[in-house]
Structures are given as structure tokens and as C-alpha cells.
Design a protein. Structure first.
Ligand code: HEC
Ligand code: HEC
Length: 439
């Protein structure tokens, strides 16, 4: 009896926490009891248990053939032992140099598997140059990081451990040594991979755990499957705008074979163009790359220098990629703000204002970005639609985030006035309406 009530109490606490968490993503009211403001690691794991993630099977919402042939690499098949090991590592701050930072510090279960900050904070309170994207559904991307510099989850997971401002280990061997003294790791690594702890298997195990974080079960999917009541009338209008006047679908294709809503490509949509002399920065970037650029060096340049804003260019050295970043997924977007690679937009209304004005003009702006002339009602509709992309398991958190963002947007829309000032008369408008364009 007392045991039961204990369980129930814990469940209730967890739920209210989930409901609060998104509000906190804007109001900072979420419990930040661990180092660097993250939720305590044990609490996070309890929260994870309430989400009932699938284990080794094919995730319900993913094509089984694609899962087996594309998403899970042949040399790292999913087993319960690998997932369990990866889960322990994901929440273990001992992997960091000073013992205060785990993956879950910046990819926090209570904050949409991100950290609700514009840019992340690692060991010693160091701030990086970019925002932490969510680890939810990261398994379904073709490349990882905002500039796509990691080809797989396995390679991605190894980098933060040795990045000097994230987890700060001097090298991979030191990371393995940091956990090898724990006998439970000795047996978990043997069960999972047949070896003592080592750096490569740390990456492989964490990748296996991340492959269980598939969250694609949203009201929008029920709507697509034929349940016309699954989303509001406003969200339905927003979906039509998304595919039409607002032109979102040209980069964020969203359908059963593209469930994330990304083209997996890189575009300069004018986020990083503020006060940037891209030419000078690109010259500096090429000079830095000339000194040699292995993957760890690129990782440092991306997170610790102003070259970060060059985006994909630092990987391809292709001029068309200057200021270009990966098209972010739109799944669970309601609960993973702030937005963009630099966390510069607080609400989805800010995001819409940015697109509505045609981005920030610069020489490398993607051709797909141009002023949209959406009305305020149309902006509200697209935002309503975006909030239907959050998995049902985060429904409460999503509702709280919607309310918090709406309240914030009612007070502050930093890009809106800017948008009106930037509104240009398009050539076709002059042709159709005469000089002066649309009134
Ligand atoms: C100090 C904060 C911090 C820590 C610790 C951290 N990350 Fe990240 N993570 C980030 C940031 C910032 C980015 C984006 C960097 C970039 O794109 O250049 C990122 C990107 C990612 C991505 C790419 C997602 C995408 O959409 O492309 C994955 C996956 C990821 N991290 C997983 C992990 C794992 C696994 C660990 C632990 C081994 C970890 N992170 C540790 C901050 C952190
Ligand atoms: C030309 C391609 C393109 C078009 C068109 C486009 N996007 Fe994006 N979107 C991107 C890229 C690239 C990023 C990341 C940019 C960055 O961080 O610098 C992004 C980021 C976002 C984000 C931020 C996600 C996050 O978690 O940070 C949202 C939300 C978003 N887009 C929604 C939309 C909507 C809504 C539309 C239509 C009004 C739209 N996008 C049109 C390419 C595009």
C-alpha cells in the first residue's frame, strides 16, 4: 500500500514537471537543480521512464526497410545491452573532464532534449557559439550538426567529449579512462561490444541509445491519417499556407517519407547575416583550414570561434555555402526553442517574422527566401500548425510552451517592426499593380 502510493506520488510529480518544463524553457522556471542549470540526472531518467520509449524494435512510425538498411548501421545493430550502456553514458557527467557535464546537461529530457538556451554552456561555464539542437529524432538525419560535419550518430557522439568547452577531455583515451574504474562499466561494455571500455564504443553505445529517441507521434500525423478533428481549423489553414503562400515546404518537406520536415540540405536563410562581413570572414576561415582540419579541429572552430557563422562553408569550402546551415527538423519544434543555430529567435512568431520579411539580405541568401507578405492571421495559423508537430507524449509541455510563447510574442516581436521596414515591393507586384506595389 505505502509502496503503491509512493509510486503514484512520483508519477504525479513527474507529470507536473513535464507540464512545467516548456513554460520554463521561456521563463526559466523549470527545476534547474543540476550543474549548469540542467535538471538533476536521476530526475531526468525518471522522466525518461514515463515516456515509454521503444526498445530494439523498429520504431512504430518509421519505414522498417529504411530503418534496417539506412538508419541503423550494419556494424552497430541495436541490442538491449548497447542501448542500456548508451543510456548510462548519456546521463553520466564523469565522461567530462571536471565531472559536471553529461550529454543530458545540454540535451535535457525536461527541455525537449535540448537546453532552452541560445547557446550551450559546457565545463567551466564556457559558452559555445551555437545552440544545442534536440537529440529527439536525430537518428533520422542524413548528417549531424548545424553544418553537417558528422556523418553518423557514432562519430557525432565522440566529439563533444573532447571539445575543450563542452566536456573537455584531452583525448578519447582519457574519456575511456574516466569511466573504466567503474566495474559496472567493465561488464556493460563487455556485454555490449566484447571489449573493455574504449572511445569508439562509447560513441557507438550512445548512438544506440539515441536511436530509441524517435518521437513522431503527433496530432498532425493523426490528421494526415484521416482524423479531421486531430488539429484545429487554424492549424489546417497553417498547413495549407506552409505548402503554399509561405513556401516553407520548399525546404521543410513534410510527408510520410520525409517525417522530419527537412531536406537534409544547407541554406543561408539570413540568420547569421547581421553585421557580418562574410568576405573577410571566409578569407579568415580558409586560412584557418589551411593549417589542417581534422574533424576535431573543425569541431573546435565551429564552437569556439567567430568562424562558426560561416556554417557549411567550413566543411565544403564552397562559396555557395557561406552562412548556410542545415534545415532543422520541425518535429517537436514547439518545445525545443529558442530557435535557429544561434538561438537568436525566442518564439515561433519571431521565426515567422524573419521569414515574412525575406530573411536578412546578404550576398549568399538562398534563392528560396523572399518576402512573403503574410498577414498577422496567417502568421498565427502557421504557428498553430507548427505546434501540432509535437509528439503526444509531450502534449502538456507543448501546450504550456504555446501559451508562454504567445504571451511573450504579445509583448515582444523584435523582428516584426524590422519586417515592416524591410518590406520591399517585388518586381511582380510592380508589374501587376503599377509603381508602389500592393497597398
Ligand atoms: C555543452 C553542451 C553540449 C554537450 C555536453 C553535448 N552537446 Fe550535443 N550539441 C550541442 C551543441 C551546441 C550542438 C550543435 C553544434 C553544432 O552544430 O556545431 C550539439 C549537437 C548535437 C547533435 C546533432 C543534432 C542535429 O540535429 O544535428 C547530437 C546528436 C548531439 N549533440 C548529441 C550529443 C551527445 C550524444 C552528447 C554527449 C556525448 C552531447 N551531444 C553533448 C551541445 C552539447
Ligand atoms: C530556403 C530554405 C528554407 C525555407 C524556404 C524555410 N526554411 Fe525554415 N529553416 C531553414 C534552415 C536552413 C534553417 C536553419 C537556419 C539557421 O539556423 O541558420 C531553418 C530553421 C527553421 C526553424 C528553426 C528550427 C529550430 O529548431 O531552430 C523553424 C521553426 C523553421 N525553419 C520554420 C520554417 C517555416 C515555418 C518556413 C516557412 C515560412 C520555413 N522554415 C521556410 C530552411 C528553410
Amino acid at each position: 500500500m505505502s509502496k503503491n502510493s509512493g509510486v503514484r506520488r512520483r508519477g504525479a510529480a513527474t507529470l507536473s514537471c513535464l507540464a512545467m518544463a516548456a513554460a520554463c524553457s521561456l521563463s526559466a522556471a523549470a527545476p534547474r537543480t543540476g550543474p549548469h542549470g540542467a535538471m538533476d540526472m536521476k530526475e531526468q531518467q525518471r522522466l525518461l521512464d514515463t515516456l515509454h520509449i521503444d526498445g530494439t524494435g523498429v520504431p512504430r512510425d518509421v519505414d522498417p526497410v529504411a530503418w534496417r538498411t539506412i538508419y541503423v548501421p550494419r556494424d552497430n545493430s541495436l541490442t538491449p545491452a548497447r542501448i542500456a550502456l548508451g543510456r548510462k553514458l548519456y546521463f553520466d557527467p564523469r565522461l567530462s573532464r571536471d565531472g559536471t557535464v553529461a550529454c543530458a546537461t545540454c540535451h535535457d529530457v525536461s527541455r525537449g532534449f535540448s537546453d532552452s538556451r541560445p547557446v550551450s554552456e559546457g565545463i567551466g561555464g564556457h559558452l559555445g557559439a551555437r545552440r544545442a539542437p534536440t537529440t529527439l529524432n536525430a537518428a533520422l538525419f542524413e548528417t549531424l550538426f548545424w553544418d553537417g560535419r558528422a556523418p553518423s550518430l557514432e562519430e557525432q557522439a565522440k566529439l563533444p567529449i573532447v571539445n575543450p568547452i563542452e566536456m573537455g577531455q584531452p583525448n578519447g583515451a582519457a574519456a575511456a579512462a574516466a569511466i573504466a574504474g567503474d566495474p559496472s562499466y567493465q561488464s556493460l561494455f563487455r556485454k555490449a561490444y566484447g571489449h573493455a571500455p574504449n572511445y569508439d564504443d562509447i560513441g557507438r553505445a550512445i548512438a544506440s541509445f539515441e536511436r530509441t529517441l524517435i518521437f513522431l507521434d503527433s496530432p498532425f500525423d493523426r490528421f494526415l491519417a484521416g482524423d479531421t478533428h486531430a488539429i484545429s481549423a487554424a492549424a489546417k489553414r497553417g498547413w495549407a499556407l506552409f505548402n503554399g503562400k509561405a513556401r516553407c515546404a520548399s525546404c521543410h518537406q513534410l510527408n510520410p517519407s520525409n517525417p522530419l520536415g527537412t531536406d537534409n540540405r544547407f541554406h543561408n536563410i539570413g540568420v547569421s547575416a547581421h553585421d557580418k562581413n562574410f568576405e573577410a570572414l571566409a578569407r579568415k576561415g580558409l586560412a584557418a583550414l589551411g593549417e589542417g582540419s581534422n574533424v576535431q579541429a573543425l569541431d573546435r572552430l565551429a564552437l569556439t570561434t567567430d568562424l562558426s557563422e560561416l556554417g557549411r562553408f567550413m566543411i565544403t569550402r564552397n562559396r555557395a555555402d557561406i552562412g548556410a546551415f542545415k534545415t532543422e527538423q520541425l518535429r517537436n519544434v514547439g518545445i525545443t526553442g529558442p530557435y535557429m543555430h544561434d538561438g537568436s529567435m525566442q518564439t515561433l512568431w519571431d521565426v515567422m517574422d524573419h521569414y515574412n520579411k525575406g530573411g536578412e539580405t546578404n550576398a549568399y541568401l538562398d534563392g528560396g527566401i523572399e518576402p512573403l507578405d503574410l498577414s498577422e492571421d496567417e502568421i498565427n495559423d502557421v504557428v498553430a500548425f507548427l505546434f501540432t508537430l509535437t509528439d503526444e507524449r509531450f502534449a502538456k509541455q507543448n501546450e504550456a510552451a504555446y501559451r508562454a510563447q504567445k504571451a511573450r510574442a504579445a509583448k515582444s516581436r523584435p523582428f516584426r517592426d524590422d519586417a515592416l521596414a524591410h518590406r520591399q515591393v517585388l518586381p511582380f507586384e510592380t508589374r501587376v499593380m503599377g509603381p508602389g506595389g500592393l497597398k
